[in-house]
Design a binder for this molecule. Structure first.
Ligand SMILES: NC(=O)C1=CN([C@@H]2O[C@H](COP(=O)(O)OP(=O)(O)OC[C@H]3O[C@@H](n4cnc5c(N)ncnc54)[C@H](O)[C@@H]3O)[C@@H](O)[C@H]2O)C=CC1
Ligand SMILES: O=C([O-])CC(=O)C(=O)O
Length: 337
């Protein structure tokens, strides 16, 4: 293929770039490749990168790519760096925070990441209260409620525009089920609902065409989807958790949000959101398919029919989620804001 044809394929688009996207934690393992993928997204007109280190370097590097967007790096060393990065942003992606090491659960990250996410959410509340906020930092089951509470305290909470990014569970499920069934992963779609940690991740295999696989094969598959994160943490052996698959997942999620904002029809994606599904049972957030539009979430879909085994998983999931959400709320209540 001629280089010019290749460059046209990669970089040309008839889509109008119009959205300002900010990545908080842009120099990290997820932040860098995620920023690269957002630089390639034609709906983005301005990409702002913020981190405690290297954000200007990463921004300069990406700024040489000939797509129709401007890239600007902001550092915490400059006055109002964070405020400038967020000023009037349309979409904010948050992969800031520490990743796991072998032997840790996502909840073990709470002690450090809760404060980071609280402070970044405070800056979002002050500088871009209308933004769609996509939270990647773990533990997602608690960091999303933290952001909600912070925004509530500032009187700017819009539940239609706050998202916990659980897309990695969806893409893992597509991949892993295709490995078991010998199918094309791009054609596989599993509805994964609940939360984003261990047993709160519920892959609804009964809703796929592969429900008749032997029980032990299915149990193993479900366990692999639920603990796929641990597989990467173990393989990286102390150097972090999923970054490349996560940045791919994050870019797909962000693209859905941008498609919704730009008025595309039937934009449906799973996300951990402020949800009516189990609110009566005291569970304010739950991941299920949601339809996105110009004002954020336009519809939250129920999770559909479950098998007896999946019903039992849902019971366990809800018990853990309730505690994770309460922990996030309590942290903000006890913080001086
Ligand atoms: N939602 C999901 O499915 C997934 C979530 N994660 C989570 O994403 C987070 C980031 O993971 P990695 O990128 O691998 O970690 P990393 O350590 O490579 O990068 C994190 C970046 O955040 C920056 N940072 C820390 N505090 C900050 C602050 N106050 N403001 C701005 N930037 C700040 C750091 O300087 C660093 O560059 C972790 O909490 C991890 O558990 C990881 C994989 C999947
Ligand atoms: O496992 C981790 O800590 C990172 C993560 O959330 C994932 O890979 O799903």
């Amino acid at each position: 293929m001629l280089p010019s044809t290749l460059s046209k394929r990669l970089f040309s688009s008839s889509v109008k770039s119009q959205y300002k996207v900010t990545v908080l934690g842009a120099s990290g393992g997820i932040g860098q490749p995620l920023s690269l993928l957002m630089k390639l997204n034609h709906k983005v007109s301005e990409l702002r990168l913020y981190d405690l280190r290297l954000a200007k370097g990463v921004a300069t590097d990406l700024s040489h790519i000939p797509t129709d967007s401007k890239v600007i790096g902001f550092s915490n060393q400059e006055e109002d760096g964070l405020a400038k990065a967020l000023d009037n942003a349309d979409v904010v992606l948050i992969p800031a925070g520490v990743p796991r090491k072998p032997g840790m659960t996502r909840d073990d990250l709470f002690s450090i990441n809760a404060g980071i996410v609280r402070d970044l959410a405070t800056a979002v509340a002050k500088n871009c209260p209308n933004a769609s906020i996509c939270v990647i930092s773990n533990p997602v089951n608690s960091t999303v409620p933290i952001v909600a509470k912070v925004l509530q305290k500032h009187g700017v909470y819009n539940p239609k525009k706050l998202f916990g990014v659980t897309t990695l569970d969806i893409i893992r499920a597509s991949r892993f089920i295709s490995e078991v069934e010998g199918t094309n992963p791009t054609q596989e779609r599993v509805n994964v609902v609940g939360g984003h940690s261990g047993i709160t991740i519920i892959p609804l295999i009964s809703q796929t065409t592969h429900n008749l696989m032997p029980k032990e094969v299915k149990d193993k598959l479900i366990n692999r989807i639920q603990f796929g994160g641990d597989e990467v943490v173990k393989a990286k052996d102390g150097a972090g958790s999923a970054t490349l698959s996560m940045s791919y997942a994050g870019s797909i999620f962000a693209d859905h949000v941008l498609k919704g904002l730009s008025g595309e029809k039937d934009v449906v994606v799973n996300s951990f959101v402020d949800s009516p599904l189990y609110k009566e049972e005291g569970i304010d957030f739950f991941s299920s398919p949601v339809t996105l539009g110009p004002d954020g979430i336009s519809h939250i879909h129920p999770i559909g029919e479950l098998s007896t085994e999946e019903e039992a998983m849902l019971v366990e999931c809800k018990e853990t989620l309730k505690k994770n959400i309460a922990k996030g709320y309590k942290f903000v209540e006890e913080s001086k804001l």
